[in-house]
Design a binder for this molecule. Structure first.
Ligand SMILES: [Zn+2]
Ligand SMILES: [Zn+2]
Ligand SMILES: [Zn+2]
Length: 279
């Protein structure tokens, strides 16, 4: 299974309009640092799914790279904005699996065009999308949001944005399901997990993601390869100064990057302990 990141930025994207911070200025020199809003494709056995639709020129991208179905994490604009023009396209309908969010976003339900929205009724239960087996799990965000656990060719991908931490049931499920790769919301640098007005953000900061990695390690299960996404210009600024302090197990996604989802082994010493316990 291959995953291609198309948009790894937050709602403001990078560069942020009118911002002259080092991360935003850098994009005018090195365009590979531009981050558009949430979007990726996963590919396996000749089938391709789109997860989220945050890039504005989605219709153009899908003309060259058609997808079989779409998985939507939630109806915030930065995850659906590419659907607004493309819904008026021509061709067979495209199924959009999504949270059962009665509000949706603007007039997407009312004027759905070629899109067939299919609200997911049952969380934690596998369903088939082509040859992919998909399990939707709830995330912790300001709008009803689903993470997607996708399995194909014997490897497992968990795509978990937008979220701040995980609901207990979702964390328990992930520990037991044991993804090989975990793509996770990492919007902010450390110590910014609260607004100055005291309200909580609805996204992870990078230290919160590191705490989740530690949970996998201490649970003595398979530790997934972690890719950070939904990255703000503030986190990019932080990474420009501090990348060498970041836990090397945390990988920073970038727009246009393609990764192979490869099986991760249970650490050898843990596997041996399990064998001994079972004897
Ligand atoms: Zn900036
Ligand atoms: Zn959101
Ligand atoms: Zn978002």
């Amino acid at each position: 299974m291959k995953l291609r990141f198309l948009g790894t930025g937050d709602a403001a994207q990078v560069p942020v309009f009118g911002c002259d911070c080092p991360a935003c200025v850098r994009t005018s020199v090195i365009s590979s640092h531009i981050r558009r809003s949430s979007c990726c494709t996963i590919e396996s056995q000749g089938q391709r799914l789109l997860i989220d639709a945050g890039i504005e020129n989605l219709a153009g991208y899908l003309t060259a790279n058609p997808v079989d179905s779409i998985l939507l994490t939630h109806f915030h604009v930065d995850h659906v904005q590419g659907l607004f023009p493309m819904r008026w396209g021509k061709g067979p309908e495209i199924k959009v699996h999504c949270p059962d969010d009665k509000q949706g976003c603007a007039d997407l339900y009312k004027h759905h065009g070629m899109l067939n929205f299919m609200p997911i009724q049952k969380q934690f239960e596998p369903f088939k999308v082509g040859d992919f087996t998909v399990i939707a799990v709830p995330l912790r965000h300001s709008k009803q949001t689903l993470g997607y656990c996708v399995e194909s060719e014997g490897v497992k991908l968990a795509y978990m944005t937008d979220t701040k931490g995980f609901p207990d049931k979702t964390l328990d499920f992930l520990m037991q399901w044991q993804p090989d790769t975990l793509v996770i919301d990492a919007s902010y640098p450390p110590t910014t997990s609260q607004h100055s007005d005291g309200k909580n953000y609805n996204h992870n900061s990078i230290d919160e993601v590191e705490a989740i990695l530690d949970l996998f390690i201490s649970a003595r299960v398979k530790v997934p390869k972690m890719w950070l996404t939904h990255i703000s210009h503030k986190l990019d600024c932080y990474l420009m100064e501090n990348q060498h302090f970041i836990n090397p197990s945390l990988n920073i996604a970038s727009d246009g990057l393609t990764i192979d989802i490869l099986p991760q082994e249970i650490p050898r010493h843990i596997g041996q302990q399990r064998l001994m316990a079972a004897e």
